[in-house]
Design a protein around this ligand. Structure first.
Ligand SMILES: [Zn+2]
Length: 204
């Protein structure tokens, strides 16, 4: 069984001058190795390093980074994890995914859906809608299945299926299909921009 630790709770709000203040959730999975899902905003860099230290880890100790999608609020601290393989889906690509080896300046095509790709208790699923390249991560823990959803579920309110996203930023049909799939499978959800929460199956 793996363990989950949310290092940064994602935010999506306005600052005192009403400018957007946005950064993603950053989650640590402690499995056979140490894995980070999404790396968040520059604003959260120092906090991220401090939270890792509290777990007895340095960025160099992270062996894999999974990026839920390639929006900037989810990726800018990726450079900190110089020993990590970075997994993501290529937007618009025909193949299922790719692995980057940033310290070697190399990438290769990868099947993200392959079993045990990252860790035996970690599974990647495709959850497009908010973005075409969106992936979510299912983690087997002692408390049940935790889905790290990225912006397939931006915050808890999005498990209310009556709430609909803006068609300007989202393929609504795919978004709705993906979030329903996550709510079906998850005992807990770590959303892209909010607190981790327990899933109420009555929402289905
Ligand atoms: Zn986001």
């Amino acid at each position: 069984m793996a363990e989950i630790k949310v290092l940064i709770t994602g935010h999506h709000s306005k600052d005192s001058e009403k400018r957007p203040y946005i950064g993603s959730t950053v989650t640590l999975i402690k499995g056979q190795s140490n894995i980070i899902v999404d790396t968040g905003s520059f604003l959260d860099k120092d906090k991220l390093i401090k939270e890792l230290k509290n777990e007895g880890l340095r960025p160099e100790d992270i062996s894999a980074v999974i990026i839920t999608h390639l929006d900037l609020d989810h990726i800018v601290n990726t450079y900190l994890f110089k020993n990590a393989k970075v997994f993501c889906k290529f937007r618009g690509g025909e193949y299922p995914g790719q692995t980057h080896f940033p310290s070697e300046g190399r990438l290769q095509r990868t099947n993200l859906l392959k079993k045990d790709l990252v860790d035996k208790d970690v599974e990647i699923i495709l959850t497009p809608g908010h973005a075409e390249d969106l992936i979510s991560v299912i983690v087997n823990t002692a408390e049940g299945k935790v889905v790290i959803a990225g912006d397939a579920i931006p915050s808890k309110e999005w498990t209310d299926f009556k709430r609909q996203p803006s068609p300007l930023i989202t393929d609504i049909e795919k978004f709705n299909h993906s979030r329903r799939r996550i709510v079906e499978v998850a005992d807990y959800i770590v959303p892209g921009h909010g607190e981790m929460f327990k899933v109420k199956k009555s929402n289905l």
